[in-house]
Design a protein around this ligand. Structure first.
Ligand SMILES: Nc1nc2c(c(=O)[nH]1)N[C@H]1C(S)=C(S)[C@@H](COP(=O)(O)OP(=O)(O)OC[C@H]3O[C@@H](n4cnc5c(N)ncnc54)[C@H](O)[C@@H]3O)O[C@H]1N2
Ligand code: MOO
Ligand SMILES: [Mg+2]
Length: 430
């Protein structure tokens, strides 16, 4: 008799996975190699930025009080007593009607309080070799000065713990002097693909076989989520081989992912593998499509995700359950896929008892956000995954959906995330 599995809600499955959530340990990573890593500590300004008042222009630094009354009719002449480029400091103390030639980025001399651009003065050289400028407008104290601390004040919190290091964050790390960056050590995720039909990418197609795409897809999803992966290769549908490779992965990795072999077929050995490991099965059927067979087991707090063999089901199972686990590990306060609201771009007339995650491409038309379904909506499909950048969620129920219907959309390429997962808002009987 084939086993009749009882589906659970997405909400329950999410809670069961996150019940085992863990935070990673910390490690120092060279600034050169920290791109895409996650900050282990909040980043606070430990000095003002900029650290001194500086000139935003190539020009002349002056005392505003000396410029009072300057006009076209009453041009005022200032002697140029020093000159400084960025990185140099003038120790000259300006006297009455004196100026210092200053370049962009140079520190404002001690008693100067304004700057005028080169283009706005007339430069003159006296026969005695002295330099002068003629000014035809008055300046206010503070004109054309980038003030110390205007970018960031000492003590300000700038970046939260668990934020992904993007180019801007990297610039801040350099600004505040981090040749070594405190990063969260990512979880190591072991990947085992299962199936006697699977070929390697370099192998030619032969009857009955297909190339393994899930393995590479999941590796890329792990990297996008911020994890590290270890490839355990593809295992034919043979129980003993599968069990021994899962055992090996379990001792070497923080999380183990398998793809395929989780359903009720004759060669679907994952349920038996969990049993032999003495792992506790958390779930093996969720009220969602695709991905209803997504399974999860735990042993000593370590999670085994049994993702479907069907590529689209595998992909969505990862994004909904594995990604948040990885992001939480990396100290994210928003570990779930980012949710936005938009409109459906085409009809979806067939009602689904289970909530459906439709692979879509996002577009903005006349100020409205649309989710455009892409490709064939079947769980065995691989092509639509390459075209999708979001998932439109069609909640399970008795009615279909029509073009322009408002839907929640989960963003696949986003880095910010959501504090809360998408879960069912209405619960009918399962
Ligand atoms: N009698 C039933 N049959 C099935 C049920 C069911 O409830 N009762 N559920 C169906 C659903 S839904 C799904 S989803 C699949 C899940 O199957 P498995 O997770 O056990 O995966 P496999 O049987 O091993 O493979 C399914 C499909 O995916 C292809 N595959 C597998 N691995 C890869 C890979 N690495 N790269 C690309 N494609 C892969 C495989 O060749 C199969 O076509 O079960 C349904 N059946
Ligand atoms: O798990 Mo299947 O993908 O629901 O079609
Ligand atoms: Mg199967």
């Amino acid at each position: 008799m084939v086993e009749n599995r009882k589906p659970i809600w997405i909400k329950e499955a999410t809670e069961m996975v996150m019940h085992f959530k863990k935070r990673g340990s910390f490690e120092k990573v060279s600034l050169d190699d920290c791109d895409g890593r996650f900050l282990a500590q909040p980043l606070k300004a430990d000095h003002d930025v900029p650290p001194f008042n500086r000139s935003p222009y190539d020009g002349f630094a002056l005392r505003a009080s000396d410029t009072i009354g300057a006009s076209r009719e009453n041009p005022l002449t200032f002697e140029v007593v020093d000159e400084i480029g960025a990185g140099s400091v003038s120790h000259y103390e300006l006297g009455s009607m004196e100026s210092i030639r200053i370049m962009t980025g140079a520190q404002i001399p001690q008693n100067a309080d304004c700057v005028i651009m080169l283009e706005l003065v007339q430069e003159k050289k006296h026969s005695n070799g002295r330099q002068y400028i003629v000014l035809k407008r008055p300046l206010q104290k503070g004109d054309n000065i980038s003030f110390q601390g205007e970018d960031a004040k000492l003590g300000t919190s700038l970046i939260k713990q668990g934020e992904k290091i993007n180019p801007g964050v990297k610039a801040l790390l350099a600004t505040f002097g981090y040749p070594e960056v405190p990063c969260v050590k990512p979880p190591l995720v072991g990947i085992i693909t299962t199936g006697s039909e699977l070929l390697r990418p370099e192998e030619d197609l032969v009857p009955g076989k297909i190339r393994n795409s899930n393995g590479y897809m999941i590796e890329a999803q792990i990297v996008r989520a911020g994890g590290l992966y270890k490839r355990y290769g593809s295992v034919a549908d043979q129980f003993k081989d599968l069990l021994s490779i899962v055992k090996k992965a379990m001792t070497e990795c923080d999380i183990v992912i398998t793809t395929g072999g989780v359903s009720v077929g004759d060669y679907d050995y994952m349920p038996k593998v969990y049993q032999s490991l003495g792992a506790e099965l958390l779930f093996n059927k969720i009220a969602m499509r695709p991905g209803s067979v997504t399974s999860c087991a735990q042993k000593d707090g370590k999670l085994f995700f049994g993702l479907s063999g069907n590529p689209s089901a595998c992909y969505i199972g990862f994004e909904l359950y594995v990604r948040p686990y990885i992001r939480y590990w990396l100290y994210s306060s928003k570990p779930y896929l980012k949710k936005i609201t938009g409109k459906l771009k085409s009809d979806f007339p067939k009602a689904n008892p289970f909530s459906r995650f439709v692979r879509c491409k996002l577009s903005i038309e006349n100020g409205h956000v649309y989710a455009n379904p892409v490709g064939l909506d079947k769980s065995g499909v691989v092509t639509s995954l390459a075209w999708a950048d979001c998932l439109a969620v069609l909640p399970g129920g008795t009615k279909g959906f029509a073009v322009e219907d408002s839907v929640e959309i989960l963003m696949l390429e986003d880095q910010e995330g959501s504090e809360d997962p998408w879960i069912e808002s209405r619960f009918s009987k399962l």
